[in-house]
Structure formats: structure tokens, C-alpha cells
Design a protein around this ligand. Structure first.
Ligand SMILES: [Zn+2]
Ligand SMILES: [Zn+2]
Length: 232
């Protein structure tokens, strides 16, 4: 808890943004900024397949199941340590799932693992529900695939740690779940607690508040919660 944190207020409308208290009202008035629900619930159901497999996917999938990856300009021009985008992803394709009921991310992870092992013909096999189920069952039985215990996404066993460290939606979901659990237990942002310090330095200055503070790290910001009732 040595790093300095800015104390922010939690959006009261459930989008899980944390903002400077003066920014809350403009945030609420602009439907583009506050969608009233977590952004992770609105991610388009597409998955990124990196090169060189991307080329094989593009040959097999019909055009309506394919897209070009886009990375926000800022992440490309000024990448932070966690925003580094490897070249094989720049040269990748976005894919939708051809199998009803199977999310794109799961379809792409299973099919990529199968194609790496058995060649590009596995992509055609995975186009049908039966073929996909067989590949998924085989790879799962061979302990190649797993589910991320925190967000439920399918990943390769080897890729789980990278997924948890790099995947923005996964990290965001973990942080939001921590906030919700603490909120249910009486923790609040400092602006919602009478008498709570409004500067990080004042929180760390006394053992009383240090013990009642908790930092939740979202990918792009940190949220500081304090335990309500801390004055008693
Ligand atoms: Zn909001
Ligand atoms: Zn995850």
C-alpha cells in the first residue's frame, strides 16, 4: 500500500466505473459514458486469432464470420507495460463462432489448439457442432484445455497465466467482483462514508484507517474502498 492512490467515487448506476466525485454527474448524464451496465457485458462475441493461424481461419470461414482486429490507437502508439501488442496479433483476424451456442472465444481457443496440433483441416472439422464437440472433448481429455476459474473463459492450460495477467476483461471482472463482494459487506468509496479521509496520505497516516482501507486494481485505475462504520 505504498503507492499513492487517488480516491474516487463509485458510479451509482452499476457500470462499475470509479471517478473523481466531480466527474460523476457528467458521467451519468452522458449515455455514452455511463451505459448503466458493465462494459464486459456488451463485448461483441468475437475472438482474436493471431498469425500464422489467422491465415488458415480466413480461408475456411465465410466472410460474415470474419473481421479485422482493431486496437485503440493509443495502445499502439503509447503502449503501457500491459498494452504491448505482439506482432502476431496485429496480423490476426477476428472470428465469430460458426457453432450455435458456443461463444467465439471458446470456439477459437479450441479450434486453434486443434489446428496447431493436427493442421488446418481441423478448422473445417470444427465448423459443425458435432465436429467441434469432438475436438473439444478430445483436447479436454488430454488436459490441453481448461476454464479460467475467475472469468470462465476457455483457455489452453499453458495459456491460463497469460490470460489472467493480460486479458483486460478477465482482470476487470475480477476487480468488479471484488468491489461487489466488499460493497455487500459494508465497504464503500470514501466519499460515501461520513468522516472518511479523502486523501490517500490521510488514509495511510493512521493505523485506524489503514486497517479499514482496501485497494482494488482495475486494468486502468485503482479503486480505494473503506469499511463503513469505521468511526465506531
Ligand atoms: Zn456509470
Ligand atoms: Zn479469466
Amino acid at each position: 500500500m505504498t503507492k499513492v492512490h487517488y480516491l474516487t467515487a463509485r458510479c451509482p448506476q452499476g457500470c462499475e466505473a470509479w471517478l473523481h466525485p466531480l466527474a460523476v454527474e457528467p458521467h451519468l448524464l452522458d449515455p455514452k459514458r455511463c451505459r448503466r451496465r458493465p462494459w464486459v457485458d456488451e463485448i461483441p462475441d468475437m475472438a482474436l486469432v493471431g498469425a500464422p493461424l489467422a491465415h488458415d481461419f480466413a480461408e475456411v470461414l465465410p466472410p460474415d464470420l470474419l473481421g479485422r482486429p482493431s486496437f485503440s490507437g493509443d495502445r499502439v502508439v503509447h503502449p503501457g507495460p500491459e498494452d504491448y501488442i505482439p506482432i502476431h496479433l496485429h496480423q490476426g483476424v477476428m472470428v465469430r463462432s460458426p457453432v450455435p451456442g458456443v461463444p467465439a472465444q471458446r470456439w477459437a481457443v479450441v479450434t486453434s489448439a486443434a489446428a496447431r496440433e493436427r493442421g488446418a483441416s481441423a478448422i473445417e472439422v470444427a465448423m459443425t457442432p458435432g465436429g467441434f464437440a469432438e475436438l473439444e472433448n478430445q483436447l479436454t481429455a488430454e488436459a490441453r484445455l481448461t476454464r479460467c476459474p475467475t472469468c470462465g473463459d476457455t483457455t489452453t492450460v499453458k495459456g491460463l497465466r497469460t490470460h489472467q495477467a493480460r486479458n483486460r476483461a478477465c482482470r476487470w471482472r475480477v476487480a468488479a467482483a471484488d468491489v461487489r463482494a466488499r460493497w455487500a459487506g459494508g465497504w464503500r468509496d470514501p466519499y460515501s462514508v461520513d468522516g472518511a479521509p479523502l486523501k490517500w496520505g490521510d488514509i495511510t497516516a493512521t493505523a485506524h484507517w489503514r486497517k479499514r482501507a482496501h485497494v482494488v486494481r482495475f486494468p486502468a485505475w485503482s479503486a480505494v474502498l473503506v469499511r463503513a462504520g469505521g468511526l465506531t
